[in-house]
Design a protein around this ligand. Structure first.
Ligand code: AMP
Length: 414
């Protein structure tokens, strides 16, 4: 299928050509016609699948097909997304796909002074991309009216709930016009998400892009079993490989992200950390440095990394295994974007083995294990030695031997 066969306007086709997109991704192929027909949409897809373009393109087309004086200076489409990084990235997408279209957009998010945002709003925007808190804040201050919204998008609904935005979302929905088109995107469709979707959508068409399909082919995935105490050493060992030009390292906590960043910097590896405790401009700067490859390693928490879209990011390293399987899919989806090659390494300690099992179940494949590395799990070594001993020693000696071997640790640790 080609973009031409989706009946897109020539200016949009031209911008897609500029972007170098030749064929629609599966979510785009399915969602664009549904949206252009005026239907509500329930989309199950995560970042990395091309979902932003799947809603941005038809919004630009639908709005541009009817521009009258009546529409001037009215917000006609609202996209609500959980993080500032995502909001900025969605803004960049509207900029790219709408560069030959006479519609303007602005992006608003918290953590920065509101002046620039309110100035842009006062000039008038057709499309508003917002995080929930700042949106409500500027609505309360009278800078924003949602009376004229024709198309509403709730992006990353599952993350929105995880981040505790449910009440904000409900308040936003309550002031939207009844007559509107609504598009709802979530990476997962657990019952509470379906319930929320039910309060927003009217006779929606459902489109699903399964995580297994999107992680399957382009990303090389590998597991290192390693003791928690050896993860730093393993990371340093891995990064000695100079063919890793840039890597995004995920940690579970903000504190962990800073700790890993400090380790790398101490070892002369250019690294920065981004997480929720960092000021917005510090996060943007770190991201820009990473994109420009002046920073080799970006250490991030899941929430901060949600909107990271770096072309040609070759490596993702999971310093810890996420306890929610979908998070793993999101993380590794930062690499191998839109068909490019990518590699994801995951460090798994003994306690994280159960999480790994969940992930393998979700993606419906076994992730290959790299055995040949300097820091194997001590439990595994002990087991291997036990088994060897068992084969050699007579029955009556085995239990004592197993016990003493359990305390065995590799030389470097002693
Ligand atoms: P998203 O899932 O919206 O975060 O998009 C993931 C990445 O895929 C972004 O870098 C887009 O620029 C890129 N992309 C989206 N659609 C296409 C397409 N049809 N062909 C090639 N790249 C695409």
């Amino acid at each position: 299928m080609s973009f031409q066969s989706l009946n897109l306007l020539q200016p949009i086709l031209n911008s897609l050509h500029d972007e170098g997109y030749s064929t629609p991704t599966p979510i785009q192929e399915q969602a664009i016609p549904i949206i252009m027909d005026g239907n509500d949409l329930l989309g199950c897809a995560q970042t990395g699948t091309g979902k932003t373009a799947a809603f941005a393109i038809p919004i630009l087309q639908l709005l541009s097909q009817k521009i009258t004086n009546e529409h001037k200076k009215k917000i006609r489409s609202l996209i609500v997304t959980p993080t500032r990084e995502l909001a900025i990235q969605i803004g960049e997408s509207f900029q790219a796909y709408g560069r030959y279209i006479r519609l303007n957009h602005t992006v608003i998010y918290g953590g920065v002074n509101q002046f620039q945002q309110t100035t842009a709003l006062q000039k008038g925007v057709d499309i508003l991309i917002a995080t929930p808190g700042r949106l409500l804040d500027l609505m309360n201050q009278g800078f924003i009216s949602l009376r004229d919204i024709e198309i509403f998008v709730l992006d990353e609904a599952d993350r929105m709930l995880d981040m505790g935005f449910i009440h904000d979302v409900r308040r936003i929905i309550s002031v939207l016009p009844q007559k509107r088109q609504s598009l709802f995107f979530s990476a997962t469709l657990q019952p509470e998400i379906i319930k929320l979707a039910g309060t927003i959508l009217h006779n929606p068409k459902k489109v699903e892009v399964t995580p297994s399909a999107s992680t399957a082919d382009t990303i090389g995935q590998y597991i290192y079993f390693v003791d928690k105490a050896n993860k730093n050493a393993l990371l340093m060992d891995l990064l000695r490989n100079q063919s890793i030009k840039t890597a995004l390292v995920f940690t579970r906590t903000k504190y962990g992200a800073d700790k890993v960043m400090r380790l790398l910097v101490k070892n002369n590896i250019k690294a920065e950390a981004i997480h929720g405790n960092k000021a917005q401009n510090a996060r943007q700067r770190a991201l820009a440095n990473f994109k420009a490859q002046t920073t080799r390693v970006l250490v991030a928490t899941d929430i901060a990394a949600r909107g990271i879209d770096v072309d040609n990011l070759g490596f993702v390293i999971n310093y810890e295994i996420p306890n929610i399987a979908e998070t793993y899919v999101h993380r590794i989806g930062r690499t191998g974007r839109a068909g490019a090659a990518g590699t994801a390494f995951s460090f798994c300690d003994a306690e994280e083995k159960a999480y790994l099992k969940d992930i393998e179940k979700l993606i419906n494949r076994k992730i290959p294990v790299i055995h040949d590395h300097p820091f194997p799990l001590t439990g595994d070594i002990a087991e291997a030695i036990d088994n060897q001993e068992k084969r050699r020693r007579p029955e009556y000696m085995q239990s004592g031997m197993a016990k003493s071997r359990r305390n065995w640790r590799p030389n470097r640790d002693r």
